[in-house]
Design a protein around this ligand. Structure first.
Ligand code: FEO
Length: 162
């Protein structure tokens, strides 16, 4: 049995995932407008993953006797000063999402809701991957000197993900 409180918190997490989709889609668009098609493709892939996370939670809520309810999503930031700033914002956002997931796991434990705890286990592992993949890009950006030619090469490399 999953409590009403837990279902409400899962609905809140579904919102967080959809908000992540919005943020990353906006980052992709900003990259595209600046001619960084590879970074844009990488970010679009990221946004698609967020949408799939939202659907996963949607499915779980509905399978546990709840109802997925959609909240309004605020307008995301449209312009970033640099490639580094965008990826730094992405990492900070992922760290926020990790904290949200951790809170949900602790709540599931408090409520002795093993099914939800197990469901959330997938998200715990996913967050490790998500933070690592953004950190990897930031590490590369740090190693590179930020010149247009190296950014061009990294843009090409990341474009391969898409
Ligand atoms: Fe679904 Fe990137 O957190």
């Amino acid at each position: 049995m999953t409590s009403k409180n837990m279902l409400d918190k899962l609905n809140q997490q579904m919102y967080e995932e959809l908000n992540s989709f919005y943020i990353y889609a906006s980052m992709a668009s900003d990259f595209e407008a600046r001619g960084y098609l590879g970074f844009a493709g990488w970010m679009k892939k990221q946004a698609e993953e967020e949408m799939s996370h939202a659907w996963k939670i949607y499915g779980y809520i509905n399978s546990r006797g709840g109802k997925a309810v959609f909240q309004a999503i605020p307008q995301p930031k449209a312009d970033y000063a640099s490639v580094v700033e965008t990826f730094k914002a992405s990492l900070a956002h992922e760290q926020h999402i990790t904290a949200c997931i951790d809170k949900l796991v602790f709540l599931a434990r408090d409520e002795k809701d093993l099914a939800t705890e197990q469901f959330l286990g997938w998200f715990v592992s996913e967050q490790v991957e998500e933070e690592a993949s953004v950190q990897e890009v930031l590490d590369k950006l740090k190693v590179l000197d930020g010149s247009p030619s190296t950014l061009y090469l990294l843009d090409k490399e990341l474009g391969a993900r898409a």
